[in-house]
Design a protein around this ligand. Structure first.
Ligand SMILES: [Zn+2]
Length: 322
């Protein structure tokens, strides 16, 4: 038993001595070999996000520059913008009259007229020449500060047909000088001599001026007219909504002498006094109430009746120096 035991023990012992390491190595080897290599880290499946279709790049296409439309800054009722006005229509019944004075500002006479109007508390409308303003800006300031309305009467008082460029200069230069001098942009234009076909009225209409004529002629620009005749002329032809044509510029006129009597006579007939824009406003309200549409008058074709007196003479060349 003991041998057996020994025989049995020895090989076992030897075996154990040899086998165990082998076993260990083998086991280790087997273990090593049996181990699958760690799978390579798998990158998480990317979530495929389909990008939205790229928007086409829209280049800003430069818009073709359109000629800027003139901004309508007129405060006048629409029916008179760019239209002729020669006194209220026959349906107008209010006893008001608009006194107008042309060709100034002028030394002596303009201030004399301003003095009369102030005493009577009357506001009037002055259609001024650019060259007269150029000569006497301080007088234009006096007119404006007294609260009267200023209108454009061109620069040189031309009658002859002119190019659009010249017409533009006549009107724009006068308006610009008014703005520079008194800060007022005129909305009324009175064509020299009432002429509507020489290019001035057409340009003024295109700029939305109201083309203001008259229907009560004082005749103060006629050499033969005396103050008494002037008074009679105005009082004879006055009617509701009349526009009276007189002059504060251009030389010696009977108006300074006639004006107090004209005013007194008109008051006696029950008239009160308004500026041209006030008259336009009053007539517009009345026409609107009566549902009467815009005036059918056309600037380009209107001609004054042949009975209209001779056009206003241009101021003398020998303009008094300031
Ligand atoms: Zn004139």
């Amino acid at each position: 038993m003991s041998i057996f035991m020994r025989k049995k023990k020895r090989p076992f012992g030897q075996l154990a001595l040899i086998g165990l390491p082998v076993l260990a190595i083998g086991g280790g080897l087997w273990y090593f070999l049996s181990q699958k290599p760690a799978p390579a880290p798998v990158a998480p499946t990317p979530v495929v996000v389909t990008p939205p279709p790229a928007k086409p790049i829209v280049k800003a296409v430069p818009v073709a520059a359109k000629p800027a439309a003139p901004v309508n800054t007129s405060s006048l009722p629409l029916r008179y913008q760019g239209k002729t006005f020669k006194g209220a229509t026959e349906v107008f019944t209010q006893k008001v009259v608009a006194l107008t004075f042309d060709d100034g500002p002028w030394p002596v006479s303009t201030l004399a007229i301003l003095d009369i109007l102030q005493k009577e508390n009357i506001k009037a409308t002055f259609f001024c020449l650019g060259r007269s303003i150029h000569n006497h800006p301080e007088l234009l300031l006096s007119v404006a500060q007294a609260g009267h309305v200023l209108g454009n009467h061109s620069w040189n008082h031309p009658y002859a047909r002119m190019s659009p460029k010249v017409a533009q200069a006549e009107i724009d230069n006068t308006t610009n000088l008014m703005i520079q001098t008194v800060g007022v942009k005129p909305e009324l234009f009175r064509p020299p001599g009432g002429k509507l076909s020489n290019g001035l009225a057409a340009y003024a209409a295109s700029r939305k001026y109201s083309i203001v004529l008259w229907n009560d002629v004082s005749g103060d620009d006629q050499r033969k007219t005396t103050p008494e005749m002037e008074v009679k002329n105005v009082l004879t032809h006055v009617r509701p909504g009349a526009v009276v044509l007189m002059h504060d510029g251009g030389g010696k006129h009977p108006t300074v002498q006639a004006l107090p009597k004209i005013i007194a006579g008109l008051k006696q007939q029950g008239y009160s006094f308004v500026t041209v824009p006030e008259l336009l406003q009053m007539e517009d309200e009345q026409l609107t109430k009566a549902a009467i549409p815009r005036s059918p008058s056309k600037v380009y074709t209107n001609q004054l009746p042949t009975a209209t007196p001779a056009p206003t003479p241009a101021p003398a060349v020998s303009t008094p120096s300031p």
